[in-house]
Design a binder for this molecule. Structure first.
Ligand SMILES: NC(=O)C1=CN([C@@H]2O[C@H](COP(=O)(O)OP(=O)(O)OC[C@H]3O[C@@H](n4cnc5c(N)ncnc54)[C@H](O)[C@@H]3O)[C@@H](O)[C@H]2O)[C@H](O)CC1
Ligand code: K
Length: 519
């Protein structure tokens, strides 16, 4: 599913109206009705007598609010419309719907009645549910008073909040929030997701995102390629490999993993198990020789190879020739989990990458070995996927983590340009890009912020690479599958108790769910 900016969405609206002759008022009616559907479900279809407060603004987002008010009123709800604009400012389809609301004998609740009391505050206090139709995709900057104070009042009320199209306070193109902003329980967005709903902190404020149809012609939604996609089951399912009956393990890819050090055997194991669990035919794990016996005990389906080590039981430069021989018998390399940044291990990582001939996914200490040295990356001849979290991204770009977090999109683009590789930037909405197309992943949950989570992701991506997915798709699909496995594990283990091994075990279930389309 494509992800659009406010301008791109407005252009699609205009095309629907001008080229397909769909009156704007029809789109507004459909938009309002879709929000009403979500609200009715939230109220367990018990709408009669429920108190609903609708914060309405002066634009078409407010117009959606008047449509919502009308339908909820007709369903028996007690609806208070708080208008944060002069009615004279309201025009077009929004004015038509405000007029219908007033013609029905309904009123607008005044923000204050001039003698200190605020009917609006009373309305908020007695609401069962609140609807944010204040600002939509036309918003930029900071919400002015008195709306700003009411947003804080609503957020602190403990009542459910449903935001229309986008939470008021979030900028549609960047996800930036520069002042008070509704913290939505649900956001109902129209036709296509806006970029700001999928970028931090906009994605945080959006709560559960509902992407609903408002009858824009399907051909119009595919009309242009914006190069931004929200990962969905149907797309990832198309990418995942199907195994033919005569397949043997050699057909399913051979993954070489270089990982682990004293005290970090778990990272190596999780990566290796994730790779074999994600369909790789053969997985070989190269580890410092002093840890080899432990790995033999911890792993069964994965082959292990003892390699020369430093005095600190990390991989040493002497391992280079053996690694080159292993690489000649592999389709994909996964490099980094638990390696440490021992100077000799760092030098080994750089040497391995310098004459790399097969695709690789580089994570953790593999990335740290390249801190500030993106020049090495640009000289690598084989395709490479980098999977940094914001701190590793900051080290690679020699900037601060804060700068990465304040512009995630910009920092991934910068690293792609500097390194000529595929970049996956981890976060609650993981971004994956080759500089041309960008995929946004919305699967996963906060329970996955646990040691070893990234190691599992590295193994999944390596396995998908080894099974023939392009580096961009392997990274994007890997993020989607990894997050889906975490969501399956969450149901059973809960957000605090979840550990990386739990979602490792859920990888087969996640893959089946996506492959078989059971959602
Ligand atoms: N996607 C669709 O097909 C449909 C979307 N609909 C709704 O229309 C809004 C977009 O409407 P628009 O009038 O362009 O913008 P807003 O409603 O967001 O109005 C914003 C309004 O406020 C002004 N403004 C912006 N920033 C500030 C600020 N910081 N302080 C004060 N005022 C500000 C701005 O100038 C505008 O006038 C979309 O989100 C949907 O909800 C259609 O209803 C149906 C089809
Ligand atoms: K809104």
């Amino acid at each position: 599913m494509q992800v659009v900016t406010a301008g791109e969405m407005a252009a699609l609206d205009r095309k629907a109206i001008e080229q397909y002759c769909i009156p704007g008022i029809v789109l507004m009616e459909n938009a309002g009705l879709q929000v009403v559907k979500v609200i009715v479900d939230l109220l367990d279809k018990q709408v009669n007598g429920k108190r609903v407060v609708i914060f309405a603004g002066k634009g078409n987002n407010g117009g959606d609010g008047f449509v919502i008010a009308r339908h909820l009123h007709n369903l028996g709800a007690a609806v208070d419309v708080l208008l944060f604009a002069d009615p004279a400012q309201i025009s077009g389809d929004a004015a038509i719907n405000l007029n219908i609301w007033l013609k029905m004998g309904q009123t607008i609740v005044r923000i204050n009645d001039g003698n200190g009391k605020s009917p609006a505050e009373l309305a908020v206090a007695s609401a069962d549910i609140m609807v944010d139709a204040l600002y939509g995709t036309g918003f930029k900057g900071v919400v002015p008073e008195p709306a700003a104070s009411f947003i804080l009042l609503a957020n602190n009320s403990g009542k459910p909040i449903v935001c229309v199209d986008i939470p008021s306070g979030v900028e549609a193109d960047t996800g930036c929030v520069r002042g008070p902003c509704f913290k939505a329980d649900h956001t109902v967005t129209f036709a296509l997701p806006k970029l700001g709903l999928l970028l931090e902190p906009g994605s945080y404020y959006s709560g559960k995102l509902h992407i609903v149809d408002i009858s824009l012609p399907a051909v119009l939604l595919k009309f242009r390629n914006y190069g931004r996609y929200l990962l969905r089951d149907e797309l990832v399912s198309e990418w995942l490999p199907r195994r033919f009956t005569g397949a043997h393990k050699g057909d399913c890819g051979r993954v070489l993993i270089l990982a682990g050090s004293r005290g970090m055997t778990g990272a190596a194991c999780l990566t290796a198990q994730a790779a074999i669990r994600s369909g790789a035919g053969l997985v070989t794990l190269g580890v410092p020789e002093g840890l080899h016996d432990i790995m033999e005990i911890k792993l069964t389906e994965v082959m292990t190879v003892p390699l020369p080590e430093t005095d600190r039981k990390t991989l040493s430069l002497e391992a280079l020739d053996q690694i080159k021989a292993l690489l000649d018998r592999s389709d994909v390399l996964a490099l980094g989990p638990g390696l440490t940044v021992h100077p000799e291990t760092v030098a080994l990582v750089q040497k391995v990458l310098e004459d790399l001939k097969i695709p690789a996914v580089i994570d953790a200490d593999g990335l740290n070995a390249l801190a500030g040295q993106t020049g090495i990356l640009s000289r690598i001849k084989a395709p490479v996927v980098l999977t940094p979290h914001p701190v590793e991204m900051a080290r690679l770009l020699s900037i601060t983590a804060g700068e990465v977090l304040s512009d995630r999109l910009g920092s991934v683009q910068k690293l792609v340009e500097a390194g000529g590789c595929i970049v996956l930037l981890k976060g609650s909405r993981t971004l994956i890009t080759d500089g041309e197309e960008i995929y946004i992943n919305a699967t996963g949950n906060p329970g996955m912020a646990t040691g070893g989570s990234g190691d599992v992701l590295t193994g999944v991506i390596a396995a998908l690479l080894a099974q023939g997915l392009s580096p961009l798709r392997a990274a994007a699909a890997g993020a989607f599958v990894h997050g889906r496995a975490g969501d399956l594990a969450l149901a059973d283990k809960g957000v605090m108790g979840l550990i990386a091994g739990d979602f490792l075990d859920c990888l087969p279930g996640a893959l089946n769910m996506i492959l078989e389309g059971e959602i």
